[in-house]
Ligand binder design. Structure first.
Ligand SMILES: [Zn+2]
Length: 240
């Protein structure tokens, strides 16, 4: 893993980053929802007033398990003037009552196609129970295919599992932080499935690719995306 590696986008649209701190657990980004997210989850009305709040900590994506990353969010409870219900705001970042983000769930879902349960526990820092929970959801099609619309910048990472140093190749949407592909190995052919997924038309729209390391990726990207810029400094995307 390169030393310049930075977290991919937090994928927290509609939030303001209040502070960043590190402790023994990892790095914690404190986020505050903007008013535009104050929508009644029942009837979608914006005629709401806040009635208290709850603090939640969500574990989110960190590639290659360099350290754990958490989002601390104060979630307002909304009283809806249209339907009269009192409900916590829908975060758009995680499912209600889950302690991990959609991003992390997507990552686990993709990993589950190529890695063992133990490897996923190691790579994500999630408990066996939670990994199992997510993959079960994935099997029941709760998590859909990655969204490739508006994809223009991607990051390609090489990660390795602990014991036997099996390598995996991970592709992330650099603008949203959403994981979109995981392939076995760290060779040019590890990206074959990604090129198929991407398709030729969408490939034309890719403007820039951040590559962690590995000449194999560079040659593959030059061949498949000759028009795209290759950068070695992962886009610094700590912007919600
Ligand atoms: Zn309502």
């Amino acid at each position: 893993m390169s030393k310049s590696l930075i977290y991919p986008g937090l994928g927290a649209k509609g939030y303001t980053l209040i502070s960043t701190r590190s402790n023994a657990k990892g790095t914690i980004f404190k986020l505050e929802p903007q008013k535009r997210l104050f929508i009644c989850p029942v009837c979608k009305s914006t005629e709401v007033t806040t009635r208290g709040s709850v603090d939640r900590t969500l574990k989110t994506l960190s590639i290659g398990k360099r350290e754990d990353v958490y989002l601390d969010i104060k979630i307002p409870r909304l009283h809806c003037h249209s339907c009269g219900k009192l409900r916590y705001m829908d975060t758009n970042i995680s499912e209600p009552r889950k302690s991990y983000t959609y991003q992390l769930a997507d990552y686990v879902s993709l990993l589950s196609q190529v890695a063992t349960l133990n490897d996923i526990v190691f790579l994500t820092g999630l408990s066996w129970y939670k990994v199992n929970d997510i993959t079960k959801d994935f099997l029941t099609k709760k998590y859909s295919k990655p969204d490739l619309r508006n994809l223009t910048r991607i990051s390609i990472y090489e990660i390795s599992t602990h014991k036997d140093h099996k390598y995996l190749t991970v592709v992330i949407n650099a603008d949203t932080g959403q994981p979109i592909y995981v392939g076995k190995g760290k060779s040019a052919s590890s990206l074959d499935g990604f090129w198929t997924l991407l398709g030729k038309r969408r490939a034309q729209r890719i403007q820039a690719v951040a590559i962690d390391m590995g000449k194999a990726y560079i040659s593959a990207v030059k061949e498949r995306l000759p028009h795209a810029d290759i950068v070695f400094d992962h886009f610094h995307l700590i912007k919600p």
